[in-house]
Design a protein around this ligand. Structure first.
Ligand code: G4P
Length: 534
């Protein structure tokens, strides 16, 4: 075999091992707990309870920004890499706070699959819906984990129906719970009727647990579960056998079917079998579409195409000791090596990738090599913008990242007018990083900001204060949607509670109180076009 063939073989093997994914959930569903269990079962940590930053005071690996620590939340997404059995896992961390930002959405563009965690008592909640919509847009396969089965929850059939209806996806149960809350006895694997028994007395949680298993009919005969619970399980299993969706991998990979697993992350119950299934089912990095310079499309194969990557996130000041900014890149093809010289498509020049790092736990380690699916952070001396493509061969640009519709708008100004210059500079930087979108009043006198979630405004104000020494006054406005206006501004009939502004490229934007007003404006102005911003 030639050296090249060996290298190619290594690249193919490394790519096949990769699982790059994100966890999507509503706050409190158990994302942090599941992440911790992943680290526990992969041997990254020996006792669970270390990663939690929230109440225990221990700082999560990703909590690097002062504000995140102050508020005990993880604001900006980061990535963790570790081995689980034979797989190399890249877990993209998405914020778990009530409010979230475009960053969260964009992070999902770097994922090849997602795990959706649902609280068994609450079902599908708002944030899960929004994040799922992005997975759907990108056709990312999603695995569903219905968590907290040790607590009283909703009937599993209801939860399955809700997943299907709320998310317009077929749900296929891989296992099924036996009882719930105080009567929760375990889960039965549908393919072989093997039951994993839940034990309340097992020292679950902090360390790995060994689970007792037996067959479903053995359980029924053992008298360990009440007749009512057993009858309910038999009934449910028969029903889903007849009316449920069979599971097969192809529709799952196409984002049409989600396999559903029941578990209790806190007690580690059902977690190891879930993680094993995840590694089996979730796809390794595949080809990505890009535009060639001549306008034609090209499919960038992870193995055939030499190194290429794109920037999905920029972040400043990750380390307070160094005032640096980091560009996070998702490797799409080929093997990355330190000090590599690559073609920067937008700038049409070569750049040397000299200070790459990956983020593992609380330390940054320098990356010597990386493979498709991996996330690398490059110290960014102002060369990278969100969406930038770099590649060894050059000549193509990955499809632009989707822009997400802002849902919240505010007026912002420096408290001290003398700070206008630093304010403008800071705003420019934040807009470039995608923290917020900047708008201006038509007379240029007022600055407005638009974001997907309120948290982005907090981050903006915090960073303007910390990094640019500018205190700001921010008034949230009562608009909740917007559109670009095409046509004469002068003849546009503006509905009440609306406002005309312009974006950073000078395009006219209309802000509306709500979707209803936007629809009214469309009806009243048939000669104008209102184009959704996104
Ligand atoms: P999040 O990251 O999605 O926001 O959720 P997180 O993992 O922080 O979990 C939210 C709460 O739910 C935590 O309790 C956590 O211990 C609990 N939890 C997670 N999974 C399970 C489960 O399977 N069963 C039970 N009974 N509880 C679960 P907390 O009281 O808010 O925090 P803490 O005091 O435990 O730190």
């Amino acid at each position: 075999m030639t050296t090249d063939a060996t290298t190619q073989g290594e690249l193919a093997a490394a790519t096949a091992q990769r699982r790059t994914f994100a966890i999507i959930s509503h706050p409190d569903a158990g994302k942090t707990t599941l992440t911790e269990k992943l680290l526990l079962y992969s041997g990254m940590i020996r006792t669970a309870g270390m990663v939690r930053g929230r109440k225990g005071g221990k700082v999560a690996a990703s909590d690097w920004m002062g504000m995140e620590q102050e508020r005990g939340i993880s604001i900006t997404a980061s990535a963790m890499q570790f081995n689980y059995k034979n797989a190399v896992i890249n877990l993209l961390d998405t914020p778990g706070h009530q409010d979230f930002s475009e960053d969260t959405y964009r992070t999902l563009t770097a994922a090849d699959s997602a795990i959706m965690v649902i609280d068994a008592a609450k079902g599908v909640e708002t944030q899960t819906r929004k994040l799922f919509a992005v997975c759907r847009m990108r056709r990312i396969p999603v695995l569903t984990l219905i968590n907290k089965m040790d607590l009283p929850g909703r009937p599993p059939l209801d939860l399955m129906t809700e997943v299907e209806q709320a998310l317009s996806i077929h749900a296929s149960a891989i296992n099924w719970p036996i009882g719930s809350g105080s009567e929760f006895a375990g889960i039965v694997n549908r393919s072989d009727n093997r039951v994993q028994l839940f034990s309340r007395t097992a020292p679950g949680g902090a360390t790995k647990v060994n689970v007792e298993t037996l067959m479903l009919d053995e359980l029924a005969r053992s008298g360990r579960v009440s007749d009512d619970v057993m009858a309910q399980v038999q009934h449910d299993l028969e029903l889903i056998e007849i009316a449920g969706n069979p599971f097969s991998r192809e529709p799952f990979l196409a984002g049409e079917v989600t396999p559903v697993f029941f578990a209790s992350a806190l007690t580690n119950f059902g977690i190891e079998s879930f993680l094993d299934a995840f590694v089996d089912l979730a796809p390794s990095p595949g080809a990505r579409l890009a535009d060639r310079d001549d306008g034609t499309e090209v499919s960038v194969d992870p193995i055939e195409t030499p190194f290429s990557a794109y920037v999905f996130k920029l972040q400043a000041n990750m380390n307070p000791k160094h005032r640096d900014s980091t560009a996070f890149l998702r490797v799409c093809s080929g093997r990355f090596e330190r000090d590599m010289v690559v073609r920067h498509h937008r700038l049409n020049r070569e750049v040397r990738l000299s200070r790459p790092h990956s983020l593992v736990a609380q330390t940054r380690s320098t990356v010597e090599e990386a493979y498709p699916g991996d996330i690398i952070g490059i110290i960014n001396p102002g060369l990278f913008a969100i969406g930038d493509t770099i590649s060894v061969g050059g000549g193509f640009n990955f499809k632009p990242l989707p822009q997400f519709q802002p849902e919240i708008f505010a007026r912002i100004r420096p408290s001290d007018v003398g700070k206008r210059k630093s304010f403008d500079k800071g705003m420019e930087q934040m807009a470039q990083e995608g923290t917020v979108q900047i708008l201006r009043s038509l007379n240029d006198l007022e600055s407005l900001v638009a974001a997907v979630g309120r948290l982005q405004f907090d981050v903006l104000q915090y960073r303007l204060r910390e990094e640019y020494r500018v205190e700001t006054v921010l008034d949230v406005l009562s608009y909740s949607c917007s559109a670009w206006l095409e046509g004469e501004v002068a003849t546009f009939k503006l509905p009440s509670n609306s406002m005309i502004v312009k974006d950073h490229r000078g395009r006219i934007v209309v802000l509306f109180a709500d979707q209803l007003m936007k629809n009214i404006a469309r009806d009243r102005n048939p000669d104008h076009v209102l184009k959704d911003m996104g």
